[in-house]
Design a protein around this ligand. Structure first.
Ligand code: PMP
Length: 412
């Protein structure tokens, strides 16, 4: 009808298009290395044992119900989520500088942060800040910020030739960016490259950012999932907060999709951390985040946040969860090493494949070209993003040899 005269159909999001092609493929030995969700050694979704136990306890509790949460979210969840990301001893927490709002997982946290910053974060020159994303980055980042009309730029990150960090390009971009820009930083397990700065590089990056008056916005979607160690995976973020380097606020967007395996339950939070103690500022920030939440989704999802706060706060469940993190991260790392070894030691595939073993987190940026990826899909039923990003969680003992042989074939 003429009411929608200007509407145009757009192609499906590449990731969901990939999923659809995978689903309709009837080859029995097809392999899904597309979506970033953990799979067990049988290729099946995995409910963490700590979560199973928490679910049993929660539902059995006489206090359990499906009432609305308050607009900020479930208070025990807000407390526990800020503690797990910032650390029990966090000075920012002790100084009550952390304003937390429950969100629709990590995506919702980023969106809420973006709406909030667009409205309230004014630069010294009174213009709107520019948002800087790593090149490449998680595809949704650009969409989240640019759909709000924010100016989005990129900073160099991945050096294609050396398959390592373009550190000098990164620092250069920090120096050249207009003062008070917002830098989106992957807290750990960079998506899609699986490549993180070293601790020393992080320190330099964060010092440069603060010197230039830029804001650090940490996207933390893989804490504990990357290395199995919650502290290690929060290093950069905690360094930024604890060092008190920044005069600008720090924003943390936190997801529990991967590390607690609560993908579809949408458990997350945004934490805004102003540099100075200021009660009335914190109350104002909280009230504005509440207003935005009210009009966007009104009440944060209750079920997942109750599960996550129980897992985080109960000593026995917490211990089980630490074990679950090790189960997931070590299975992924074993698959990385196995694939690298098959390619280099058994198949003698041309090229260097060490990066598959050294990258961390859910993804490997394989270095395969779009043509090779297409051939993998067509000839072998192995599905990955055309950028060459493979979700290592999709590998298991039953399919890793097949995948190695398929990669070997398309590379030669
Ligand atoms: N940031 C990054 C870098 C991610 O990889 C993801 C998950 N793919 C997210 C945020 C958010 O995911 P979710 O909304 O499911 O928490």
């Amino acid at each position: 009808s003429s009411y929608f005269a200007s509407i145009k159909e757009i192609p499906p999001d590449p990731l969901f298009g990939l999923k659809a092609r995978y689903t309709s493929d009837d080859r029995k030995d097809k392999v899904d290395l597309g979506i970033g969700a953990y799979r067990d050694n049988n290729g099946k979704p995995w409910i963490l044992p700590s979560v199973r136990e928490a679910e049993k306890r929660l539902v059995a509790s006489p206090d359990f119900n499906h009432e609305y949460l308050g607009i900020s979210g479930y208070e025990p969840f807000l407390r526990e989520s800020s503690k797990v990301i910032l650390g029990e001893q966090s000075v920012a927490l002790k100084e009550s500088r952390v304003v937390s709002q429950q969100s629709l997982s990590g995506t919702g946290a980023l969106h809420l942060a973006a709406v909030f910053l667009k409205e309230f974060y004014t630069t010294e020159s009174r213009s709107q800040p520019t948002v800087y994303l790593s090149a490449p980055t998680w595809a949704n980042h650009r969409q989240i910020f640019s759909s709000l009309g924010l100016n989005v730029e990129t900073y160099p990150y991945w050096n294609k030739e050396s398959k390592s960090l373009d550190f000098s390009g990164y620092l250069d971009a920090i120096k050249k960016a207009p003062k008070n820009s917002i830098f989106i930083l992957h807290a750990c397990a960079h998506n899609p490259t699986g490549l993180d700065p070293t601790k020393e590089q992080w320190k330099t990056i964060l010092h440069e950012l603060s010197n230039r008056g830029h804001m650090a916005l940490f996207d933390s979607a893989y804490q504990g999932f990357a290395s199995g160690d919650l502290e290690k995976d929060a290093f950069a973020l905690r360094y930024a907060v604890d060092s008190k380097l920044f005069k600008t606020p720090i924003v943390v967007c936190q997801s529990f999709a991967k590390n607690v395996g609560m993908y579809g339950e949408r458990v997350g939070a945004v934490h805004v951390i102003p540099a100075e103690e200021n009660k009335s500022l914190n109350s104002a920030i909280k009230s504005q985040l509440n207003r935005l939440a009210r009009s966007e989704f009104s009440n944060p999802p209750a079920y997942g946040s109750k599960i996550v706060s129980l897992v985080l706060s109960d000593p026995d469940l917490r211990q089980k969860w630490h074990q679950d993190l090790i189960t997931m991260s070590s299975r992924i790392n074993e698959m990385r090493v196995r694939l690298r070894d098959l390619l280099t030691k058994e198949l003698h595939t041309p090229g260097n494949w060490d990066h598959i073993a050294t990258q961390s987190g859910m993804f490997s940026f394989t270095g395969l070209t779009p043509e090779m990826v297409e051939r993998l899909e067509k000839n072998h039923g192995v599905y990955m993003m055309s950028s060459g990003r493979a979700s290592v969680a999709g590998l298991n003992e039953g399919n890793v040899e097949k995948v190695a042989k398929a990669i070997d074939e398309v590379v030669r």
